[in-house]
Design a protein around this ligand. Structure first.
Ligand SMILES: Cc1cc2nc3c(=O)[nH]c(=O)nc-3n(C[C@H](O)[C@H](O)[C@H](O)COP(=O)(O)OP(=O)(O)OC[C@H]3O[C@@H](n4cnc5c(N)ncnc54)[C@H](O)[C@@H]3O)c2cc1C
Length: 384
C-alpha cells in the first residue's frame, strides 16, 4: 500500500509528490499523457524548447514560491515584452511611451496624456449626445467597445484592442459586456516589461527539465489514465491527490464544465530569426491568428551550450470554441459554470480520501506561481 497516488504530473502534482516523498511518504505519480509537466511541458525541437501547450512565462511576487522553484531550475533573465503588429505597424506593449510615440509622435508624458484625454472626452461627449444627455452627465459604457474607448481613447482601441479582442472572443466588441475590461493600464514611462513582478524568467533547459528535477527519485507512470482502472488505483493508495478535471472524476453526472480553448499551429523554419521577439500579437481583425510565438527567444536564441541555433520554431495561436473532448485551457468564469463547479465541489468534500487540486481539479485559472503556492499550502496541511 502506498501513501499517495498522485493523478497528474503537472506542477501541482509534482510539488505535492516532491514534498510527500521528502516527508518519507510512499508516492506514485500517474499521468495519462506521454510526458510529465502537464501544461508547462516543453518539447525539444531543433534544440529549441517548444512550449507545447501555450507560451509560459514564470512571474511572481511571492518570495516563498520563488525560493522554492529556483531549487529545481536556474531562471534566465527573460522579460515579457510583447510587440503588437497592426497591419505591418509595430507597437510596444503594454501601452507605454514607446507605443504613444509611435502612434502620435508625442515626446513627453504630458503630450501623451493630453492626447488620450482629448480622445476619451470627444468620444464620451458624442456618445452622451447620441443618448440625448449633455456633457457632464455620467457616461455608463454599455459594451466592451464603449468601455475601452472611454478608458484609452479611439486610436489605441482601434489599432491595438478591437481586432485582437474580437478574435479572442469570436464576437464584435459591441456585443461583448463592458465588464470584461475593468481597467487598461497606461504607462507614461518607457517601460516594456509586461509583468509588474518582482521575479520573472524562464527555467534554463526548459520546464520539462525543471519538473523532472522535482520528480527525481519518484516513481512516475506515463500513458496511464486513472479512469482506465479506477478500482485498482483506489485500492493501492491510502489517499489520492487528483489534479484532473473535477467533473470527469464524477463522471460528468451533474453536467460538463466549459472551457475556452486555443489552437496552435506549429512550424519549423529553416531560418534563424522569424520575428525577433518571443511574442507578436496580431491586433487587426483580418489576420486569423491572435499571436505568433517564436520559442527560441524565451532563451535568447541560444542552445544548451550557448550556441546560436540555425532554425526556429513558431506557433500561431488561434482562439477556438471548446467542445467536450478538446484540451481544456481556460475555465469559463461565468455564473452558470461557477454554480456547476460549486455543486461538484460539494460532492468532492464528501470524498474523504481524495484531495482535488490544481487548475482542473479546482476549475480555476491559476498562474504557475499560484498553483505552486496552493500545492505547498496543501502539503503544510496534510503532510505533517
Ligand atoms: C495557454 C496557457 C498559457 C499559460 N501561460 C502562463 C504563463 O505565462 N505564466 C503562468 O504563470 N501561468 C500560465 N498558465 C497557467 C499554467 O499552465 C498553470 O498554472 C499550470 O499548468 C497548472 O498546473 P496543474 O498541475 O494544476 O495542471 P496541469 O498542468 O494541467 O496538470 C494536470 C495533469 O493531470 C493529468 N490528468 C488529467 N486527468 C488525468 C487522468 N484521468 N489520469 C491521469 N492523469 C490525468 C493531465 O494530463 C495533466 O498532465 C497558462 C495556462 C494556459 C492554459
Amino acid at each position: 500500500m502506498i501513501d499517495y497516488l498522485i493523478v497528474g504530473a503537472g506542477l501541482y502534482g509534482a510539488v505535492f509528490a516532491h514534498e510527500a516523498a521528502k516527508a518519507g511518504k510512499k508516492v506514485l505519480v500517474i499521468d495519462k499523457r506521454p510526458n510529465i509537466a502537464g501544461n508547462v511541458y516543453t518539447e525539444d525541437v531543433e534544440g529549441i524548447h517548444v512550449h507545447k501547450y501555450g507560451a509560459h512565462i514564470f512571474h511572481t511576487n511571492n518570495t516563498k514560491v520563488w525560493n522554492y522553484i529556483t531549487k529545481f531550475a536556474t531562471f534566465n533573465r527573460f522579460t515579457n515584452s510583447p510587440v503588437a503588429n497592426y497591419k505591418g505597424e509595430l507597437y510596444s506593449l503594454p501601452f507605454n511611451m514607446y507605443t504613444f510615440n509611435k502612434m502620435w509622435s508625442v515626446i513627453t508624458p504630458d503630450e501623451a496624456k493630453a492626447k488620450i484625454e482629448s480622445q476619451k472626452k470627444d468620444y464620451i461627449v458624442a456618445k452622451l449626445a447620441e443618448r440625448g444627455l449633455s456633457e457632464g452627465d455620467e457616461f455608463i459604457p454599455e459594451n466592451l467597445e464603449e468601455q475601452a474607448i472611454s478608458l484609452i481613447g479611439t486610436d489605441i482601441y482601434e489599432k491595438l484592442i478591437k481586432g485582437y479582442t474580437e478574435k479572442q472572443w469570436g464576437r464584435p466588441c459591441t456585443e461583448l459586456p463592458a465588464f470584461i475590461i475593468k481597467r487598461l493600464p497606461v504607462r507614461l514611462t518607457f517601460d516594456n516589461n509586461y509583468f509588474n513582478a518582482l521575479y520573472q524568467g524562464i527555467p534554463v533547459g526548459g520546464y520539462t527539465k525543471m519538473v523532472a528535477n522535482m520528480l527525481d527519485g519518484i516513481e512516475v507512470k506515463l500513458n496511464t489514465d486513472y479512469f482506465s482502472d479506477r478500482d485498482y488505483f483506489n485500492s493501492i493508495a491510502e489517499k489520492i491527490i487528483y489534479t484532473g478535471p473535477i467533473d470527469a472524476y464524477f463522471d460528468f453526472k451533474l453536467g460538463t464544465l466549459e472551457y475556452r480553448s486555443v489552437r496552435f499551429e506549429n512550424e519549423v523554419l529553416d531560418i534563424p530569426n522569424f520575428q525577433g521577439n518571443a511574442a507578436v500579437n496580431y491586433t487587426d481583425r483580418e489576420t486569423p491568428w491572435t499571436r505568433i510565438i517564436e520559442h527560441k527567444w524565451f532563451e535568447f536564441g541560444k542552445g544548451e551550450n550557448g550556441n546560436d541555433l540555425p532554425k526556429t520554431v513558431i506557433s500561431r495561436e488561434f482562439s477556438s470554441e471548446w467542445k467536450p473532448g478538446d484540451e481544456p485551457y481556460y475555465p469559463v468564469n461565468d455564473e452558470k459554470n461557477g454554480k456547476l463547479y460549486n455543486k461538484y465541489k460539494e460532492l468532492a468534500a464528501s470524498e474523504k480520501n481524495v484531495i482535488f487540486g490544481g487548475r482542473l481539479g479546482e476549475y480555476k485559472y491559476y498562474d504557475m506561481d499560484a498553483v505552486i503556492a496552493s500545492a505547498l499550502d496543501m502539503c503544510d496541511k496534510v503532510l505533517n
